[in-house]
Design a protein around this ligand. Sequence first.
Ligand SMILES: C[S@@+](CC[C@H](N)C(=O)[O-])C[C@H]1O[C@@H](n2cnc3c(N)ncnc32)[C@H](O)[C@@H]1O
Length: 271
Amino acid sequence: MFVIEERDFQEFAAYIRSNYGIHLKSAKKTLVQGRLGPLLARLNMTSLREYMDYVQADTTGQAATLMLNRLTTNYTFFMREPEHFRYFKRVVLPYLERTVEDKDLRIWSAACSTGEEPYTLAMIIAEYFSLQRDSWDTKILATDISQKALAFARTGIYDNGEVATLPKAWQRRYFKPYDANRSILIERIRNEVIFANINLMKTPFPFKKKMHVIFCRNVMIYFDTETKENLTERLYDITVPGGFLFIGHSEGLNRTKTRYKYVMPAVYRKE
Ligand SMILES: C[S@@+](CC[C@H](N)C(=O)[O-])C[C@H]1O[C@@H](n2cnc3c(N)ncnc32)[C@H](O)[C@@H]1O
């Protein structure tokens, strides 16, 4: 196992923070050691400094991709924070149905990890619009910085144990057996989610049109306050008036600092 010199760690942490927003506190040293150790061993490197030089010198971006695959925490599950999804179905969708005249919904899952969040949204939307759906463009944009998480998400294949947490009717309607232990989402739901690799720190966001709804949940916990406040303001700028922001329950915004209006825990709105 390689040893992390404090100075190297501080430099590495500053590099990660300024490029990817992720705040590696000193306490995260062991985590970095555990997650990057095997990679450094494979590369025959013994210091974080050497590794950082290598990542920065790699113009293909592949080294950074591998680093991010290991460094990010991708924990997620279907229906996480279910009140959000209830509110989305009960209030947000009826509001959008009434007000979005061109029937083009723009919903963004901004740190989608392995896909459970955007696919949960896709199933709720499928239920809500049912037969009418063909006249609406309900595609969800789902993005993440981890290519590995995105590759997993694109398959739409999940362990049966995970699928079993969903309502029985959804399991029957939206999943098919894949192998002995896994199920696959039906194509109709998979096709409703467009996955892309977007780093939330990269300015400006690469969108032509503003979003009606943004789910940016359980990612800002990895950012420091300044990064979180800057990101929130950039999200505000690309939200349509009347649109919503959902964040994680442990990520509450400072209401004196944001232009979003508080709606309920971890739900905000642009007036
Ligand atoms: C814990 S998961 C959250 C997944 C889902 N939103 C949820 O609430 O269950 C956090 C995700 O944020 C992603 N992430 C971290 N930093 C990011 C950045 N700068 N840009 C985009 N995604 C990032 C990670 O790769 C990870 O998949």
